[in-house]
Design a binder for this molecule. Sequence first.
Ligand code: 5AD
Length: 481
Amino acid sequence: MKKLHINTIGCQMNVYDSERIASSVQPLGYRLTDSPDQADMIIVNTCAIREKAVQKVFSYLGRIAGLKQARPDLILAVGGCVAQQEGEKILKRAPYVDLVFGTHAIGRLPLLIDKIERKRNRLVDIEMGSRIDEPEERVAAQGKSEVSRFVTIMQGSDNFCTYCVVPYVRGRESSRQPEKIITEIEGLVQNGVREVTLLGQNVNSYGKKEGLLDFTQLIEKINDINGLERIRFTTSHPKDLSDELIAAFGRLGKLCHHIHLPVQSGSDRILKKMNRNYTRDQYLDRINRLREACPDIAITSDIIVGFPGETGDDFVATADLIETVGFDGLFAFKYSDRPNAPATRFVHKVNEDDQNRRLQKVLELQENITTGRNRALVEQTVEVLVESHRLKPGKPAGGSTPDGEAANTASAGQWTGRTSTNKIVHMPANAVITGRAGAIEKGSLILVTIKKALAHSLWGVPAESGARNVSGSKGESSHAA
Ligand code: 5AD
């Protein structure tokens, strides 16, 4: 048996693609290993969204170059968005790389690897089709026992935001057939999965081009899958967020109360230059409608600071929007030029110092808002899907847990899960073992009373009453360990 190590850099879609990659080379005898030192093949799955991610790829390649020198038989492959963007150039810049394969080449990977194994030649495959590369591999068959998994439902983007590299590295928008998506999720559920996150660059336009079901209809079908508990999705484009989808949050039992709705800027002038196709007021209107349909919905967003031409006033408008909405969480980025993206040619670039200051300001602002929102949950009882258990060896027990129950936390460890609103909740495992909830395991959906709010997570204990253990049938518990 041969060993494969995959280093995944970048977004959830890359995580999903890495699972596909692992499945696709299984027939060639490759099984996953966490250790690059023991691998017969190392695949780096890369991200091109910002300059920093690209630098990360090349510095990783530099670090593993020595492995190839020591073991010339080791196969090194670079896939994903940087591979798509740079192609041949990677072979020149990193002469120890054997294979460069683009975002549409995963289906062809077994053939490519087989060729390299037999002939030891160096290959590049960055051909892009217009249709989605429908996964043929059984992604479920990874022997994993995860509670929550990603499922890509569409690829590419037709939006052409002026800062964005996606259309050039992932191609144009194309949606998977609904039946294939449903079958895949049913397979995952049979393997113990309780939650899926549907992935696409702009899931709101799912199926439109092809005349398939629309996104809300797709979610309705997924909502009917027995044994599945939760549905999440990412990412939505504000301009395409439909009334039907907004209504679905209040109506479909499995649809989690969270939406990631990147706003990018609070200034209409900048939104226009970004080619976002909505105004600040339109964005705020959608937020209001979401909260009307689903009062406890959590809303997170992305912000780009220092877009070309962003003035102090534009930035003030962004800071003001952040406060007005009161996001539950925010990802903020300094603008960076990307190959082919039109904004790269825009004048009036914002200098690094101003970018840093603005980024810092956004992070501070949001930290306060997030902490306030988390504090509001203390003493509330929320439903948590338990995702993992962690023993924290060597850590002193003292004081880190909410309500003085810390005494034997160090030995029992902690359970971690998420609320429907996507907030991370830790629970001291001793509180579970000694008491009230009965046996908790991975995949349990339980009621938890929040006892303490930190900046990025919550601590809680299983609620006195009503803990429910939906995955409780013993037949399923084998997936829990
Ligand atoms: N510079 C900085 N941030 C960017 N993003 C996308 N392109 C760029 C860029 N060129 C951010 C956006 C997007 C997130 C995934 O990455 O905020 O929503």
